[in-house]
Design a protein around this ligand. Structure first.
Ligand code: NDP
Length: 248
């Protein structure tokens, strides 16, 4: 198979300061993509800049995906500065886990606003540029939990399942403009997010993984790079599960 070719392409990766987003940003940059990664703070943006320092044209910016106007402004600035925007990776996400009986409206709203509405807003922001280019790749990071469910994650599972549904709707809306929209659904990946889970829960989850180990952020990054590549041009509306077999 020919090597993935990304010459002249520009990507925006949300939540690139650590974990899965940092791995996606690095892998795309290694493939020659000009990557703009975001974090919620200036310190996080500086961290991204440092991590991508070896790759000319890559940058880190501050962005809160719950701030729609800020998302629009960043996307417009990138399109102007770089002359286009070809790849959007909606990776930023949070958890506020607790059993439904104890879940406060704030826990629900924060997760849905960031993980679902944030993905919609950022996708809407890039559409004008991608439609004009007649080329685009939108990749949304969902979760195995959106498909399988998980106790204590009613808000998170609802948001991730919502993103998968939105992905299929957008794929149908945008296919005629040569814009593909897909998801990558990670299983249990070693990041700050999973490090916070109680040890008992981590052990139980490990027992459900046929490959017998946790995933690495790079495992997700490789799947994202494929879907972001020109070679994936006939794949749209799909959710690619990368989970060591824990859900099939
Ligand atoms: P981390 O908690 O390690 O990193 C989260 C990233 O999202 C950080 O860069 C953070 O920025 C950013 N972020 C958080 N809130 C916002 C916001 N409001 N606006 C913009 N950026 C924000 O998460 P992971 O790397 O583990 O997860 C990345 C994605 O993968 C998420 O969507 C998650 O739901 C999904 N996922 C992860 C799994 C796992 O096992 N780890 C499993 C399945 C899905 P900052 O550093 O500034 O806080």
């Amino acid at each position: 198979m020919s090597e993935m070719k990304f010459e002249g392409q520009v990507a925006l990766v949300t939540g690139a300061s650590r974990g899965i987003g940092a791995a996606i940003a690095l892998e795309l940059a290694r493939k020659g993509v000009k990557v703009i990664g975001t974090a919620t703070s200036d310190a996080g943006a500086a961290k991204i800049r440092e991590a991508l320092a070896a790759f000319p044209g890559c940058d880190g910016r501050a962005l809160d995906v719950t701030d729609g106007a800020a998302g629009d402004a960043l996307v417009d600035a990138i399109a102007k500065e770089q002359g286009g925007l070809h790849i959007l990776v909606n990776n930023a996400g949070i958890t506020r886990d607790t059993l439904a009986m104890r879940m406060k409206d704030d826990d629900w709203d924060a997760v849905v606003d960031t993980n679902l509405k944030g993905v919609f807003r950022m996708s809407r922001s890039v559409l004008r540029t991608m439609m004009k280019q007649r080329y685009g790749r939108i990749i949304n990071i969902t979760s195995v939990v959106g498909a399988s469910g998980n106790p204590g994650q009613a808000n998170y599972a609802a948001a991730k399942a919502g993103v998968a549904g939105m992905t299929r709707a957008l794929a149908r809306e945008l296919g005629s403009r040569n814009i593909t929209v897909n998801c990558v659904a990670p299983g249990f990946i070693e990041t700050d997010m999973t490090a916070g889970l109680p040890e008992e829960q981590q052990k139980a989850l490990l027992g459900q993984i046929p490959l017998g180990h946790l995933g690495k952020p790079a495992d997700i990054a490789h799947a994202v790079c494929y879907l972001a590549s020109p070679q994936a041009g006939y794949v749209t509306g799909q959710e690619m599960h990368v989970n060591g077999g824990m859900y099939m």
